[in-house]
Design a protein around this ligand. Structure first.
Ligand code: NAD
Length: 333
């Protein structure tokens, strides 16, 4: 069986996913949801999409009566993931949401509840959970090759351009760099260490309050404490370039990945040498695997479900609280 996907929000990432899906065997773009008629016609031409599989934000609830679409992949601005996911679920279609799954844990929980109620699955576009070099490090850690893990460092950031874009609009983005890029360090800390954190501390720096308005974080440093005693130290920023690095160290060895989360190829080494697994376009690989999960009940090497997305949102909520109060915030994930 082939997973028949409708893309919602035909922006830059939707285009990347759709192009990557041309190489998929088990997943195919068959529909679109968009507010822009010209984009719909363009996508129809490029992907051979029939008119009956084209929807607007006003009428996509009628997906319910369309038997030719299995899942909707939501690549809209962050704050819209939740309201649209709830409607997609009510229409009886599986929901694939981009990261961050929502803009806070309460919204994330609503998405999980809506999908459960409708009997559909909810997946988050955590493309690195299938990435071979990442999985090489995870396997080494699981096999004890690094010994007892002590420390993780995650650096995630870039200098953001156009001040008018939705990523700098609190209403649409839900927050600043943490929502967009810092979430990679949060998620990475969890899969590299193989544990969920129990506390958070965090500090914010803002050098440009005109560009980064209230509610839009420019730079946040945060620390996570884990049950094993391991700690993570991370940086999330919209105002520095060349920050895409993971470092993991234990009593017997280390892993370093630079870049660690970009579109790849990712590069890395451990105390045993270079990571050498072949690079496959992340979005192609992700969608092949999503087809297996949604249609055949397969499981992911690292979870990509709503509960996984919710954990990151709970950590983001805790980081913002720690910034505001200056206190250590305890977590129960
Ligand atoms: P984008 O601005 O290029 O695309 C967003 C799309 O949503 C546009 O087509 C826009 O028209 C549409 N949209 C619908 N309703 C809108 C509204 N009310 N206001 C503004 N735009 C609206 O953004 P993008 O870079 O494609 O990011 C989209 C999502 O994908 C974000 O959640 C982002 O975090 C995620 N993303 C994930 C990755 C990844 O590697 N997994 C990479 C990039 C983006």
């Amino acid at each position: 069986p082939v997973l028949r996907v409708a893309m919602m929000g035909l922006g830059s990432y939707a285009n990347r996913v759709a192009d990557a899906m041309k190489s998929c065997v088990k997943a195919k773009i068959v529909g679109v949801v968009s507010g822009t008629p010209e984009k719909i016609t363009d996508w129809q031409d490029r992907f051979g999409i029939p008119g009956k599989n084209c929807y607007t934000y006003e009428n996509f609830d009628s997906l319910k009566s369309n038997p030719d679409i299995d899942a909707v992949y939501i690549t809209t601005p962050n704050s819209l993931h939740r309201p649209y996911a709830v409607r997609v679920a009510a229409a009886g279609k599986h929901v694939i949401s981009e990261k961050p799954m929502a803009v806070n844990a309460a919204d994330g929980q609503l998405m999980i509840d809506a999908c459960k109620k409708a009997g559909v699955k909810l997946l988050v576009g955590y493309r690195l959970h299938f990435e071979a070099r990442t999985l090489e490090v995870v396997r080494m850690r699981q096999a004890g090759e690094f010994g007892k893990i002590r420390f993780f460092q995650g650096l995630s950031g870039f200098r953001i351009g156009d001040p008018t874009q939705w990523r700098l609009n609190k209403q649409l983005a839900g927050g600043g760099s943490m929502m967009d890029i810092g979430v990679y360090s949060i998620n990475g800390a969890r899969y590299m260490l193989g544990e969920d954190p129990i506390w958070v501390t965090a500090q914010e720096t803002k050098t440009d309050p005109v560009k980064f308005k209230a509610g839009i974080d420019e730079t946040i440093q945060f620390q996570l404490g884990f049950p094993s005693g391991a700690v993570a130290s991370c940086l999330s920023t919209y105002n520095m370039n060349n920050l895409d690095r993971f470092f993991l160290t234990g009593e017997k060895g280390f892993a370093e990945m630079v870049p660690s989360t970009g579109y790849g190829p990712l590069k890395g080494k451990t105390h045993k040498g270079e990571l050498t697994s072949p690079h496959i376009t992340h979005q192609t690989q992700q969608m092949e695997q999503f087809a297996g999960i949604l249609l055949e009940g397969k499981s992911a090497p690292i979870p990509v479900d709503g509960e996984e997305g919710l954990k990151d949102l709970k950590i983001i909520d805790a980081i913002y609280e720690a910034v505001k109060t200056g206190e250590k915030v305890m977590l129960k994930l």
